[in-house]
Design a protein around this ligand. Sequence first.
Ligand SMILES: [Zn+2]
Length: 263
Amino acid sequence: MPPITDPLPRPAARDTAAAALPAVTASLARGVSGSVLPDIVVGPPRIGPWVSLSRSGQGPDRGTGTTWGVTTDRNLIGMRNRPIPGSTGRVQAMRILGDPVLHAPCGTVTDFGPDLSRLIEDLFATMYAARGVGLAANQIGVPLRVFVYDCPDDEDVRHLGHVINPRLVAADGVMVRGAEGCLSLPGLEAGTERFDRAVVEGVTREGEPVRVEGTGFFARCLQHECDHLDGTVYADRLTGLRRTRLLRAVRRASWSAEAGPYG
Ligand SMILES: [Zn+2]
């Protein structure tokens, strides 16, 4: 999942326009979450008490005046002493559209040894370096069912974690078409339909069962990352003019020379 879009401050007019759009689009337009290394780990959404964590001083101020909602629940307390995700990882090369590893289903993780922990760390490090909000293992060339995320929902609640062998067990609610991009198609985006709610089940690196539920932009992220592990990119979901426009933009993109055959 992409940085939402560009990591640079946007013209004020676009902020104003984003504010006037539905919540999902506005959230997508804010686009900062992946640019900040996490110093607080957040548990399940919508559990109080709430703490406002201002983003000032943590990255470019886009003038949106938004704050992160952060829960102070037992997960936060339990994980406070853990290292920052990605701090021991190495930034890996991002695989680009057309690379075969992006277009084939990933395999189930069966080895929960140190290599898996290193993979998760590398995923976080690479995601943060690219200012993304989610990253699947095959995007760094590893064909295993693993993804990481550090992503806000439409209420600005931050969700951070990883899932091994995820299964999208529910995707429902209204269908929302929102701007969506991908770190494997850098700089591009297209209106893509996603359900407004998604539930993913899998396990942690310790093999413990985990269930992640998301709404709004975070639900989009969960669906996007599960798609990756099934060998699908958002471009595969587009039809008609939207697909034509995106593929034209792919051909014109600076990275098109390194992209493999697609479309
Ligand atoms: Zn992606």
